[in-house]
Design a protein around this ligand. Structure first.
Ligand SMILES: [Zn+2]
Length: 278
């Protein structure tokens, strides 16, 4: 854990730590602020993206999602602590984003499967926009707690996050989720508690569920065979939300899971490794 102390003497005693200290593209860091009063309000941003703080371990914490297309380098963070009538105490520093190498997958498919009708393209674009809008919503209540659980009880980790796909020689958008191989009908569970904010049947994702975990964190589950939750349902960590299938554009039964903190698209596996102790 790297501790970054304030250069501003007015902010003396306030400690800010990023865990992990040097994330990679697609990672999520827990930003822990300590040495503040319980009643203090904390605000901040990393690389211009706002952080949503919540009370944590006698201080405050927030999730800093590093979008998976972020270039490695050093990014400025800023944090302001407002405590009653005192002048705001501000701290700033630099967060190093380490390089990460993503795989490349070359696929050859009959051109007839690749070329989509313009109305299908239009539909898929509107659906992608709808998903972006749902993911961008930041609800003020934190619904997740503690550790995250795997979305499926199948052997093996998910694969394919961030893979650059080249289809019939042409680059496509990188794969923004994690794929879990599993048999049709395998139970899919919520990785943490939250509220179901979208149940839909979209062209590429098929039957899908999006869960809002609060404070900008969302997870999505694609290609489901059946869905056992409804819009606005509150779900617990580990609760079954549907069954693995191959709806939408899927070569066979599998679960595709994606996650985002605000607009930052992150690796769901990074959530499983998040060390939040509450
Ligand atoms: Zn996938």
């Amino acid at each position: 854990m790297a501790l970054l102390f304030a250069a501003d003497p007015a902010a003396a005693g306030i400690r800010v730590a990023f865990v992990p200290a040097a994330p990679r593209p697609g990672d999520v860091s827990l930003v822990v602020v300590q040495g503040i009063n319980n009643a203090a309000t904390v605000e901040g941003a990393v690389a211009g993206r706002a952080l949503a703080f919540f009370p944590y371990a006698n201080g405050a914490a927030a999730l800093a999602g590093i979008d998976f297309e972020t270039h490695p380098g050093r990014y400025t963070w800023k944090i302001a602590v407002v405590d009653g009538g005192r002048a705001p105490q501000s701290l700033t520093g630099r967060l190093t984003v380490k390089p990460r190498r993503f795989g490349v997958e070359r696929l050859t498919l009959p051109q007839g499967m690749v070329d989509l009708h313009h109305e299908t393209i239009r539909r898929a674009d509107l659906e992608a926009e709808r998903l972006r809008t749902v993911f961008a919503a930041v609800t003020r209540e934190r619904l997740w707690r503690g550790r995250f659980t795997a979305p499926i009880s199948a052997p093996g980790d998910g694969t394919g996050f961030g893979v650059r796909r080249i289809l019939n020689g042409r680059p496509r958008s990188p794969h923004g989720g994690l794929d879990y191989a599993a048999e049709r009908g395998t139970a899919v569970v919520a990785v943490n508690s939250g509220r179901v904010v979208l149940v839909a049947d979209f062209f590429f994702p098929g039957r899908l569920v999006v869960i809002d975990h609060g404070l900008g964190l969302h997870t999505a589950y694609f290609h489901l065979d059946q869905i056992s939750v409804a819009q606005d349902d509150l779900v617990d960590r580990g609760q079954t939300i549907g069954l693995v299938g191959s709806t939408g554009r899927a070569t066979g039964p599998h679960l595709h899971v994606s996650a985002a903190v605000g607009a930052a698209r992150i690796d769901p596996a990074a959530l499983l490794g998040l060390d939040a102790r509450d």
